[in-house]
Design a protein around this ligand. Structure first.
Ligand code: URA
Length: 428
């Protein structure tokens, strides 16, 4: 049956429900180039303004999955489990988490993305390791999983192509911030990836997509429902992104911090979130063997990391790139660091060269920010509060501008700081 794009747009513009047939046709025809960008942008705006119900979101997600291929891990002899983060500043958790969960007995097939704007991308971080390759064929992915237990690589062009096209359109039409569209975009890729279990890390705060707990909960609930309806055992955690995660922000800097965690050290927030998410991933996969905290201490997670990096052409012992120039930002007063705004730190790191403006831009692997204090830490006037890293000194001025008003020193940590793990959302 054929439909008319104008009727579909008008249905949603007038707050109607889209039928299964309308959704299947619109997503399919747009992917094939039979519906124009301007028509799909009108529909995306109508969806942003008027929403979609649970059936519509599930059907929209299924149509995006059906626009491409679905990966199949049934040849593997262990359960598969994965994590997706909605993105934040200093969020390097995938790096220690994937090998850690592999060391505890699950397989982790993770398709990741690159950074855009103030949040970093896992592939950009891993590409700072000399030789490491993000693009793998399906056979290579299977080989890496079998040898290392985990693979982190780029999604091929065949995975949810409708989302690829629609996401680029949303990016330039002010239609990114729609819960049905974000949820279906993320979950179409994760369901097509073929994982058996999924843990969603939905970030909340200035450095995240979702600035408050209420909207983050709504997004988490929508994604968990989509996962469960598609047969993927899915849970979500809402976690803090009002301040950066860990002490390092920037590609190679974050890889170094992840390696510290795998070596049994590292900042306490990164360790706590890595272990918490690992336990959730293992539980969602029905595994209750080795405790992830032990695998960080006994070196087995580090062994899995080294195998995973080497299997993708990387040298786990190679020296990581460093930026040519550094500059310290001094603490203005004695006291306690009250707050350190995640968005401002992410923006400053981006201006230092750690992120990109257009998706074809290169990133500087050594650029970023090292934090010397986090909210709640005692600080002294004149001590370095953070060190900025950049390849060109001309970048420092704009980064410093981004940091203006981003931190304050007082008598105690600010009252509004979010707990690291705010709440858990599970399916009905
Ligand atoms: N990440 C995605 O993959 N899609 C969105 O819509 C937003 C974030």
């Amino acid at each position: 049956m054929s439909f008319d794009a104008i009727d579909v747009i008008i249905t949603k513009r007038d707050r109607g429900e889209l039928s299964d047939g309308q959704i299947d046709w619109m997503v399919g025809a747009y992917t094939r180039g039979e519906v124009a960008d301007e028509q799909m942008s009108a529909l995306a705006m109508a969806i942003l303004l008027n929403g979609m119900n649970r059936r519509e979101i599930a059907r929209w997600t299924a149509a995006m999955i059906d626009s491409g291929t679905r990966m199949d891990w049934s040849a593997l002899d262990r359960p598969t489990t994965d994590k997706h983060s909605t993105g934040g500043v200093g969020d390097k958790i995938t790096l220690p988490l994937a090998p850690l969960v592999a060391a505890c007995g699950a397989y982790v097939p993770q398709l990741s993305g690159r950074g855009l704007g103030h949040t970093g991308g896992t592939l950009d971080k891993l590409e700072s390791i000399p030789g490491w390759r993000a693009s793998l064929s399906a056979e290579e992915m299977l080989g890496v999983i079998r040898s290392a237990g985990a693979v982190v690589c780029a999604a091929g062009a065949g995975l949810a192509p409708a989302d690829r096209k629609l996401y680029a359109l949303r990016d330039v039409t002010g239609t990114v911030e729609s819960i049905p569209l974000i949820a279906s975009s993320i979950m179409s890729k994760k369901i097509a990836e073929g994982t058996g279990a999924l843990v969603l890390d939905v970030k909340v705060g200035s450095g995240a997509f979702m600035k408050d707990v209420g909207t983050a909960r709504e997004l988490a609930t929508t994604m968990v429902e989509l996962g469960i309806d598609a047969g993927v055992n899915t849970v979500a955690l809402l976690t803090a992104m009002d301040r950066p995660l860990g002490l390092q922000v920037g590609n190679a800097l974050e890889v170094a911090e992840a390696v510290e965690v795998l070596a049994g050290g590292g900042p306490s927030d990164v360790v706590e979130l890595t272990v918490t998410l690992a336990r959730e991933m293992l539980a969602a996969a029905g595994l209750d063997g080795k405790d992830p905290a032990d695998a960080l201490k006994d070196g087995t997670a580090m062994d899995a990391w080294r195998r995973m990096i080497a299997a993708q052409g990387g040298d786990p012992d190679a020296r990581l790139p460093r930026a040519a120039e550094t500059m310290d930002v001094s603490c203005p007063a004695d006291g306690v660091l009250e707050r350190l705004d995640a968005y401002a730190v992410g923006l400053a790191a981006w201006r230092l060269g750690a992120g990109r403006t257009r998706k074809e831009d290169p990133v500087s692997h050594g650029a970023g920010i090292t934090l010397h204090a986090k909210p709640g830490d005692a600080v002294r006037a004149g001590q370095p509060l953070m060190t900025l890293h950049a390849d060109e000194p001309a970048r420092f001025e704009r980064a410093i501008e981004a940091l203006e008003g981003a931190y304050s020193v007082g008598a105690s940590a600010g009252p509004g700081l979010l707990p690291l793990v705010i709440e858990r959302v599970k399916g009905e």
